[in-house]
Each structure stands twice: as structure tokens, then as C-alpha cells.
Ligand binder design. Structure first.
Ligand code: ARG
Length: 286
């Protein structure tokens, strides 16, 4: 498992974050290994060339799926990054996308879909970008570009209050619930074997399975984990982080102009404090 974790942690190095959380991985001793360099350089090359085009962010010369519109694909069951407030999708990612769209002189349109469909939607021109608390991974980088990172993600483990699971190693031989195709799914399947991993379409369904005793633990990103634990009695988060990672927008490899424009906008939004204030608005201080 340690090896697998190294790879995972390696895959998410490379970006210094604006969130101020530092980037202390859960297991600092396990950082860096063979594929780290590759993952890291792949990750940064995805974003390469972007920083220099910041000054172009305000000109709306980029091609989008629909003229004058920035179409964002997401999976709106991931609070506080994206969730429904009535029939409106709100959260960190919609706010960031709106700020980017404003910079680019575009209107924002949000398409909610399965998490599993986001990359395909962006690849096949159904959406301009995916913003979904999505982690940059070497495998995803084979199919799609990622913008610069705008937030840090941490994979955590949720268990029942009376669980005997106290650390990642205790998950061996247990049933683990995850959201299909998320990094939680990928890591858990690698580390504990596919047979031990139950995959649900929504994170909330995995948490429900935990409450019902169908799985022994759920591996999921920290912020939704916190909100699920707060909303359901009898659940707790393990102190140890499982993996630390970086969130970014995914953009088609065929639209480098958009990648550059988004990175330019993100750079300005980081520099003027907008991104941090959006994160602070939704994330309670830890
Ligand atoms: N960070 C994880 C990943 O990229 C989970 C993201 C899930 N996002 C969502 N909107 N449901 O795989």
C-alpha cells in the first residue's frame, strides 16, 4: 500500500497552493518516488505557457462551445464545491467559474452530470471546462489539460463512531465506499483491491451505505466529508489524511487558447484575493 500511496501522493505534487494550507501531505515520508517527476512535470506542463498570457484574460477572443457563453460541466453533489440550493447549482466552483467568465466577458452556464461524464463532455465539445473539485492526476492528463490549481484537496476516511478502523492500514479486508471514478475510488481500488471497494454514483450514496452498514468506511474529499459528517449523526472523520491532491479545471487539449485564458484569469483572481475569499466563504476554518 505504501508504494501505491507514494505514487498517488507523487501524482499530486507540483503545485504550490494559494489556500495557505501548506502542502503537507498526510505522510511526508512517502512523498516522491519514481513516477513523481513524470507526474509532476506532466502536471506542470499542462499549465505551461499560461502564466505569461495573464494580460489577455480580459479579451474574449477564445472559442467556446456556445458563442459568448462559458459552459461548465460539474457534478453538483459535492458540497461545498458544488451543490444545489433549490434548483440552482452553487458553491466554490460555480463562484470561481463565474469570476473567470466575468474576466473573459462570457456568460456562465452550468451543466450538472455524473462525475464520470465530465471529462468526456469536455473532450467532445459539450462543455468548455470541467470544474468539479477535480483532482489533477497523471492518468487524466493523458486525455485532458488541467488549468493551474486553485485549491488543495485531501482524501479523508469516514467511519462510524464505534468503528475499530483508526488508520488507513486498518482498511485492509474491509468494505470501502467511494464515488465512482473519483480519486478516492482509484486509490482505494489500488490499495485495497477492487473487490473491497463499493462504487456509488454520488458521494452521498456512499455515506448512506456506511450509515446502513453496507460498507465499513468511505474515502472521499475532505470538504464534502466534513459536511456529510456534520449532517449525519454517528459518523466521524479519521485524523489521518489519506492523500493530499490539487484541484484544477479540466479543459480540452484542443483548446489551448481557453486554457491560457483561464490560467490568465485564475492568476489575476489569485493575486487580487478573489479565489481565497471564495474559498473562505464556503470553507470553515479548520
Ligand atoms: N477530487 C476527486 C476527484 O477528482 C473527487 C471529485 C468529485 N467531484 C464532484 N463534483 N463530485 O476524483
Amino acid at each position: 500500500m505504501k508504494k501505491a500511496l507514494s505514487l498517488i501522493i507523487a501524482s499530486v505534487l507540483g503545485f504550490t497552493l494559494l489556500t495557505g494550507c501548506g502542502s503537507s501531505a498526510s505522510k511526508p515520508s512517502e512523498t516522491a518516488s519514481g513516477s513523481a517527476g513524470a507526474a509532476q512535470s506532466a502536471a506542470s506542463s499542462g499549465a505551461a505557457g499560461a502564466a505569461s498570457s495573464g494580460e489577455k484574460a480580459e479579451t474574449a477572443s477564445v472559442k467556446t462551445v456556445e458563442d459568448g457563453v462559458l459552459t461548465m460541466a460539474t457534478n453538483a453533489y459535492f458540497p461545498p464545491y458544488e451543490y444545489y440550493d433549490g434548483d440552482k447549482v452553487v458553491g466554490i466552483d460555480p463562484d470561481i467559474a463565474q469570476a473567470i467568465a466575468d474576466k473573459l466577458g462570457l456568460k456562465l452556464k452550468i451543466e450538472d452530470m455524473e462525475f464520470d461524464s465530465i471529462i468526456t463532455a469536455v473532450q467532445t465539445g459539450k462543455a468548455d471546462l470541467g470544474l468539479a473539485g477535480m483532482t489533477v492526476t497523471p492518468d487524466r492528463l493523458k486525455n485532458i489539460n488541467f488549468s493551474d490549481s486553485y485549491a488543495e484537496g485531501v482524501q479523508l476516511i469516514i467511519v462510524k463512531d464505534d468503528s475499530d478502523i483508526t488508520k488507513p492500514d486498518d482498511l485492509k479486508g474491509k468494505k470501502i465506499g467511494v464515488q465512482l471514478s473519483t480519486t478516492g475510488d482509484i486509490y482505494a481500488s489500488q490499495d485495497y483491491g477492487d473487490d473491497n471497494v463499493e462504487k456509488y454514483n454520488k458521494g452521498a450514496d456512499a455515506v448512506m451505505a456506511l450509515i446502513q452498514g453496507k460498507v465499513d468506511a468511505v474515502i472521499i474529499d475532505r470538504e464534502p466529508a466534513k459536511s456529510y459528517v456534520a449532517a449525519n449523526k454517528g459518523l466521524k472523520l479519521l485524523d489521518t489524511s489519506y492523500v493530499t491532491e490539487n484541484y484544477a479545471a479540466c479543459i480540452s487539449k484542443d483548446n489551448e487558447d481557453l486554457l491560457n485564458a483561464v490560467n490568465g484569469a485564475l492568476k489575476e483572481l489569485k493575486e487580487d484575493g478573489t479565489i481565497q475569499s471564495i474559498l473562505d466563504k464556503y470553507i470553515n476554518s479548520k
